[in-house]
Design a binder for this molecule. Structure first.
Ligand code: SF4
Ligand code: SF4
Length: 134
């Protein structure tokens, strides 16, 4: 059974992940939300799911926990994860902020994200009424 996540354990994981030269980014236009990557990832809570239906499901990567091991890339059945240089993630909390393609479903359904996922991009999208909304 996986060890329980505690603040101390998270802190240790973040310290280890800070040395990673690459981080995983999910292509939200193609992610099916199958969660295979979550099973493959050795770091608990590094990849998290969102959404409730097949149309809106997806995952995102917490950059502070990603150790760049690429296991998710190898296992994703849909080839929707790419590795990007860590400097490109500077100032960003999750892979959501590295994927701002508005054709991705999640950006039409930003309210599906947990309140905890409060990055500047998510906050701005939540405060912007979507086009066509009445
Ligand atoms: S394995 Fe690929 S398609 Fe499945 S949830 Fe992860 S990123 Fe999305
Ligand atoms: S690269 Fe490794 S640590 Fe990062 S999200 Fe993928 S499986 Fe998890």
């Amino acid at each position: 059974m996986a060890a329980k996540m505690t603040p101390q354990r998270r802190e240790a994981l973040v310290k280890g992940a800070s040395k990673a030269k690459i981080k995983a980014r999910v292509d939200l236009t193609a992610c099916t939300g199958c969660e295979v990557c979550i099973s493959a990832c050795p770091v608990p809570t590094c990849i998290e799911p969102f959404g409730e239906s097949i149309q809106t499901r997806g995952v995102f990567v917490n950059f502070d926990l990603c150790i760049g091991c690429m296991l998710c890339v190898k296992d994703c059945p849909w080839d929707t994860i790419a590795m990007i240089p860590t400097p490109k993630t500077e100032g960003k909390t999750t892979s959501l902020e590295c994927w701002q393609d508005s054709s991705a479903l999640i950006f039409d359904n930003i309210d599906l994200l947990d309140e905890r996922v409060s990055t500047p991009l998510v906050a701005s999208l939540k405060n912007t009424p979507s086009e066509g909304a009445s």
